[in-house]
Design a protein around this ligand. Structure first.
Ligand code: MN
Ligand code: MN
Length: 403
C-alpha cells in the first residue's frame, strides 16, 4: 500500500491517521511527536515503495517553507542552494505584484527566465546597443533576459504572480544590481556631473534599494513606448509557451521551449508537462544537465534512480520545487484526481531527454531480451516513437485506483 487509500475521499469522511506500515507488515505505528498534516501530504515518504533504497539526497523543497519578503506593491520568496543544497544549476523565485506594483529597474549577473502564472505584467529592457524592449505578458507567457541586461516588471490592472528561474543556484533576487541602490551609494556631485544637472535634482532619492514598490497602473502599452534611434531588440525577450501547439499523447501533453523556438533563451530550456489523472511522465533521463522542476497544479510523486542500488520517492504538490541530478533516471506519476502540470527546467540551450522505452525499442531485440530475461509480450510493446507521457489502460496511480 502507498498510503494514498487513507486520504480523504469526500468531506464527509475525515482522514484516518496514516501510519508508517507497509502492506507486508514492515514498519510500525508512530505514536510519538509527529505532524499528521504533513504525513498525509507525503504518503510515499511515510511509506516508501519497497523498491526504494540507498542514500539519495533531498530533492524537494516547498515554497511554503520559505520566508516571504513583503513589500508595498507585492511579495517574493525564493528557493536557492541555501534551501535545496543539491540545486546548484538553477534558483527559483516566486513573485507577485499588485496592480501597478513594480519590481524596480535592475540587472544581475545571471540570465532570468520566467513563466507567468496568473494575471498580467508589463516588462521592459534595454540592451547594450541601446535597442529597447517592452511587452505585456499574461498566463502561460515566458520572458528571458540575458545576463547583465537591465529590466523591470510591473503588474497591470489585475496584478500578477510569476515564477522566475535564474541559471545559478547561488543566485538571490535580494542581491541584484538595483538602480535605487546605485544612486543611494553614489555621491551627489558625481550624479550631478554624470547627468549634467544640479545636485538638488537628487534631493528626494530613495535611501537604499527599493526592490518592489507600489506604482500606478500604467496606461496602454503604446502610451509607454519610447522610440530608440537604434530600434528594438533583434530577438524578442517574450515567448507565448501556452499558445504553442503541444505534443499530444495519451494521458497528457508536452510543450518544449529552448533556443530552437525561443532564440534568445541561450542558457535555459524547459518543458511544460501535463499529466492527466492516472497517467505518468515516462521513465527517462536527461543527457545534458540537472532538471529543476516547478509543480503548477495537482499532486504527484517522483522516484529518482541514482545508480548503485539507490532510488528514492518524493511526493510533490502545487508550489513545490523538485530536482533531478544530471542523468539520474526518473518518472513522475499523477497521484491525484486533477491534472498535474509541472515545468522541467534545465540550464542548457536545448531540451534533451532519453526515453527508456525508445532506447530499448531501437536496440537489438535479442540483446534486450537476454539482458532483462523478458518475453515477446514486452518486446512487441516497445515503442520506437517517444511518448513522454504514458497511460496504461486500466492502470492508475491515484486514490481512485483502489490499489
Ligand atoms: Mn531580474
Ligand atoms: Mn525529466
Amino acid at each position: 500500500m502507498n498510503g494514498l487509500d487513507k486520504l480523504p475521499r469526500s468531506p464527509s469522511s475525515p482522514p484516518s491517521i496514516p501510519q508508517p506500515i507497509r502492506s507486508d507488515g514492515a514498519g510500525g505505528v508512530d505514536k510519538g511527536p509527529r505532524d499528521v498534516m504533513r504525513d498525509l501530504q507525503n504518503p510515499d515518504m511515510l511509506v516508501p515503495p519497497a523498491t526504494d533504497a540507498g542514500l539519495v539526497p533531498n530533492l524537494r523543497y516547498s515554497f511554503s517553507d520559505t520566508s516571504m519578503h513583503l513589500n508595498q506593491g507585492g511579495w517574493s520568496r525564493e528557493i536557492t542552494v541555501r534551501e535545496l543544497p543539491i540545486a546548484t544549476t538553477l534558483a527559483g523565485v516566486n513573485m507577485s505584484l499588485t496592480p501597478g506594483g513594480v519590481r524596480e529597474l535592475h540587472w544581475h549577473q545571471q540570465a532570468e527566465w520566467s513563466y507567468m502564472l496568473l494575471g498580467h505584467a508589463r516588462i521592459t529592457a534595454v540592451d547594450q546597443n541601446g535597442r529597447n524592449f517592452i511587452a505585456d505578458v499574461g498566463p502561460g507567457d515566458l520572458w528571458y533576459f540575458p545576463p547583465g541586461i537591465p529590466h523591470s516588471i510591473q503588474g497591470l490592472q489585475d496584478g500578477c504572480e510569476f515564477l522566475l528561474v535564474f541559471d545559478d543556484g547561488h543566485f538571490s533576487d535580494l542581491n541584484t544590481f538595483s538602480i535605487s541602490d546605485w544612486f543611494a551609494h553614489t555621491p551627489r556631485e558625481v550624479l550631478s556631473a554624470n547627468f549634467g544637472v544640479p545636485e538638488d535634482a537628487f534631493q528626494h532619492l530613495p535611501s537604499g534599494q527599493v526592490y518592489i514598490y507600489q506604482g500606478k497602473v500604467p496606461g496602454p502599452i503604446d502610451t509607454q513606448k519610447v522610440q530608440s534611434p537604434y530600434g528594438t531588440v533583434p530577438q524578442s525577450f517574450k515567448h507565448s509557451l501556452l499558445a504553442q501547439p503541444p505534443l499530444q499523447i495519451p494521458g497528457g501533453s508536452v510543450r518544449i521551449v529552448d533556443s530552437t523556438n525561443f532564440p534568445v533563451s541561450k542558457t535555459i530550456a524547459a518543458a511544460l508537462v501535463e499529466i492527466q489523472p492516472g497517467a505518468m511522465r515516462e521513465m527517462h533521463w536527461h543527457p545534458n544537465n540537472d532538471e529543476w522542476q516547478y509543480y503548477l497544479t495537482g499532486q504527484g510523486r517522483m522516484t529518482v534512480f541514482a545508480a548503485s542500488g539507490a532510488a528514492r520517492t518524493f511526493d510533490y504538490r502545487a508550489g513545490d520545487v523538485g530536482y533531478v541530478p544530471f542523468a539520474f533516471g526518473h518518472y513522475v506519476q499523477n497521484t491525484g484526481t486533477e491534472t498535474l502540470w509541472y515545468l522541467e527546467v534545465f540550464k542548457s540551450d536545448r531540451f534533451q531527454d532519453v526515453s527508456l522505452n525508445q532506447w530499448m525499442a531501437l536496440s537489438p531485440t535479442e540483446l534486450v531480451r537476454s539482458n532483462l530475461n523478458v518475453g515477446p509480450e514486452l518486446l512487441r510493446a516497445l515503442r520506437k516513437e517517444k511518448w513522454p507521457v504514458v497511460q496504461y489502460p486500466g492502470f492508475a496511480y491515484g486514490p481512485k485506483s483502489g490499489r
